[in-house]
Write a protein that binds this ligand. Sequence first.
Ligand code: CA
Ligand code: CA
Ligand code: CA
Ligand code: CA
Length: 222
Amino acid sequence: MSKLFLALAILVSVLGSSAEAATIRAPLGNGGLVGGDLTDPENNGDPEQNVGYNATFRSSIEQGFGGGEYAFNVFDNQVGGGNDKWCCDTNVWVEANFGTQRYTLTSFTASSANDVPERDSNHWQILGSNDGINYTPIFTYNATNSVWTNRLQTVQFFAGTDYLLPSAYSIFRYQSTSVVSGSMHQLAELEFFGTPAQVPEPASLLLMGLGALGFAGRRKRA
Ligand SMILES: [Ca+2]
Ligand SMILES: [Ca+2]
Ligand SMILES: [Ca+2]
Ligand SMILES: [Ca+2]
């Protein structure tokens, strides 16, 4: 009986630790991408250079879309090896900045690259920021193994299911602090999806200002 209880406890513990449930998409490779994400809604970005994208990109290392296994290859709409992926430093981050436009991140995808599974991240986060200085965790993956069960595989995460619906941010960062084994990190692609946050119209700001003035005036008369 106690053995059964122990087995159940372990099962619950294992299920609990895999709370980072992800939706595995098919097929493997480019076809598994959702496409048309915020960084390139038209899906017409140049895979080998920073042309045709709707965001400004930044990374801890290896800025670039081509000529190497550079960081911005995670936004080039390609799931593969070489210039389709980012490899191979240890603790890395890459981010997309949408300027004055903030989005509520409703979903995102992450795709494994072609190298050995040991190079997949097993501790990574999606962070949100509005100033490029202060970052808030939106999603955290932390496990012994990676989330991927295959090479060149895209997995999708949804707000409300895989993570709490976050505040709106203009910058979204992927940050890895550990890989399954060894010291080389790889990632093929990221896709961010979201709804634009409502920004106050200049007219309503003016009305708010007038309202504040009116309030101050009433206080003075009283
Ligand atoms: Ca585009
Ligand atoms: Ca894309
Ligand atoms: Ca890519
Ligand atoms: Ca590329």
